[in-house]
Design a protein around this ligand. Structure first.
Ligand code: AP5
Ligand code: ZN
Length: 217
């Protein structure tokens, strides 16, 4: 199965992808995570991507596609994938269709997570993650059970992303509306679009998504 999570920054793509990964034995593939890894490793792609990401723009299709193809070449993706944050442009969507076509596959479902712009600024500004295991949290919506200790791994080190401030978040939102939102029409034409209200609590969005994914896979 090939699932796509479409939605503005802060909509909950990463949160929901990690939950679906566990529930359905799929592999989460986040181009944002892959790019952040390239930045911290200091690869040439990472060096080129860094300033664009810090400004809230979109990294070039060439860099993103190279990183994605690399990841898709690993054998674990045969279990099925959840694309989180990809595709984000017409060219990326076309490249994905071509790549899947070569393997006799197609997109099973493109799920759009619909959130209003103010909620997304709040979700981004309050977000932090465990430095040890990567579990995501939020200052008000998803706190750790014990203050300062990760529920999943017991780690006490947390981090915030360089692009998680209100100003950059607004730039990311602009890029989303200009370049990514039009993909909703692309997947609607292909007959695989599933629009989801993502304004509710994490658990209710998760349960709506499980229903969609169970039907699509
Ligand atoms: P990327 O890493 O993809 O970031 P993004 O799209 O901006 O999405 P986020 O990770 O910010 O949000 P999310 O939807 O995953 O929300 P989350 O689950 O964390 O991209 C970063 C940058 O990399 C881009 O700006 C671009 O430069 C570059 N890039 C990446 N992919 C690219 C591509 N394909 N092409 C070009 N450039 C690319 O949730 C957010 C917070 O809200 C969390 O704290 C969470 O706990 C909380 N939360 C989640 N759901 C709920 C809920 N239902 N109610 C209340 N709180 C909630
Ligand atoms: Zn942890």
């Amino acid at each position: 199965a090939v699932l796509i999570l479409l939605g503005p920054p802060g909509a909950g793509k990463g949160t929901q992808a990690r939950m679906l990964e566990k529930a359905f034995g799929l592999i989460q593939l986040s181009t944002g995570d892959l790019l952040r890894a390239a930045v911290s490793e200091g690869t040439s792609a990472g060096l080129a991507a860094k300033s664009v990401m810090e400004a809230g723009g979109l990294v070039s299709d060439g860099i993103v596609l190279a990183i994605l193809k690399d990841r898709m070449a690993k054998p674990d993706v045969k279990a099925g994938i959840i694309l989180d944050g990809f595709p984000r442009t017409d060219a990326q969507a076309a490249a994905l269709d071509a790549l899947l076509n070569e393997e006799g596959q197609k997109v099973s479902a493109a799920i759009s997570l619909d959130v209003d712009d103010e909620a997304m600024i709040d979700r981004i500004a309050g977000r932090f993650t465990c430095a040890g295991c990567g579990e995501g949290y939020h200052d008000t919506h998803k706190q750790t059970a014990k203050a300062g200790v990760c529920d999943k791994c017991g780690g006490t080190d947390f981090k915030r992303r360089a692009d998680d401030n209100a100003e950059t978040a607004r730039e990311r939102l602009k890029a989303y509306h200009a370049q990514t939102a039009p993909l909703i029409a692309h997947y609607s034409k292909l007959g695989v679009l599933e629009a989801t209200d993502a304004m509710g609590p994490i658990a209710s969005v998760a349960s709506a998504l499980r229903t969609i994914v169970a039907r699509a896979t």
